[in-house]
Design a binder for this molecule. Structure first.
Ligand code: SF4
Length: 248
């Protein structure tokens, strides 16, 4: 079955608080703290053979941050997971040298690439980085290396009109998209109807989500953990996967 997620068997590991973007909505890069679960801690757990005492064993792990590619320990952590037959989703914004990606190629299954905006000016404004062209180069580089890519686009009230532009990138590159939005945002009923149109597009998943302050805000944290969202999203995924299976 062709599916982005298997929500009944996935875990999340935050490997770093560090990030080289400066997103407007993010609190992580403003804080000067060391998280209790960082890559040193994870490496120690691995070395002491206690990793699965802390993290439940899952079929899939989402590797998040900050941005996980900012962690020098990432290849070591990924290698451990792969040795344990775990599928690996890496959640990154993609603004890194190609070598950083190459170090993960042996282990990674999917790259969820955060797109702050498909508009160059807004990309800069939202992320504090002039990186839209580098984002596109990264997507091309990963595709040339036959990697699975899912464009991760958090929808809010000020970027909803850009959904067709994001979809254009997904369509042109023949990749997947994950659109997620917080239902508590002030979306008008027309906006909600508009978002729902994307429910019916084959290679797009639309999730309801709530980001968490302690994680990269582009990660749809509570879609994966909140039971209500979890089960709703599971049925969306199942439906979408079946449709892909029988229509591709
Ligand atoms: S939202 Fe994510 S990508 Fe943006 S600065 Fe924060 S951690 Fe980095």
């Amino acid at each position: 079955m062709n599916s982005f997620f298997n929500p009944f068997s996935q875990g999340t590991i935050k490997v770093t608080d560090t990030c080289n973007l400066r997103c407007r909505a993010c609190t992580l890069w403003r804080k000067d703290y060391v998280n209790s679960i960082n890559s040193d801690t994870i490496i120690n757990l691995i070395k002491k053979n206690k990793f699965f005492n802390i993290y439940s064993r899952k079929k899939i792990f989402n590797i998040i941050g900050g941005d996980p590619l900012c962690s020098a320990d990432l290849p070591c952590i990924l290698s451990f997971l792969k040795r344990n037959n775990i599928k690996i989703n890496i959640w990154t914004h993609g603004i890194h040298p190609y070598e950083s990606f190459e170090k993960t190629f042996m282990f990674s299954d999917n790259f969820f690439i955060y797109l702050p905006s498909p508009d160059p000016d807004e990309y800069r404004e939202v992320s504090g980085n002039n990186g839209l062209s580098q984002f596109k180069d990264t997507v091309n580089f990963l595709l040339e290396n036959k990697k699975n890519i899912i464009i991760n686009f958090p929808i809010n009230t000020s970027n909803i009109q850009l959904l067709p532009d994001v979809y254009e990138i997904i369509y042109e590159k023949k990749i997947y998209g994950l659109f997620h939005y917080n239902n508590r945002d002030n979306f008008s009923s027309d906006s909600k109807k508009y978002i729902k149109r994307f429910y019916n597009i084959r290679n797009i998943l639309v999730y309801k989500s709530i980001s968490m302050d302690s994680l990269c805000t582009s990660f749809p944290a509570k879609s994966l953990n909140n039971p209500v969202h979890y089960y709703k999203n599971f049925f969306f995924e199942l439906f979408n996967s079946l449709r892909q299976k029988y229509t591709l």
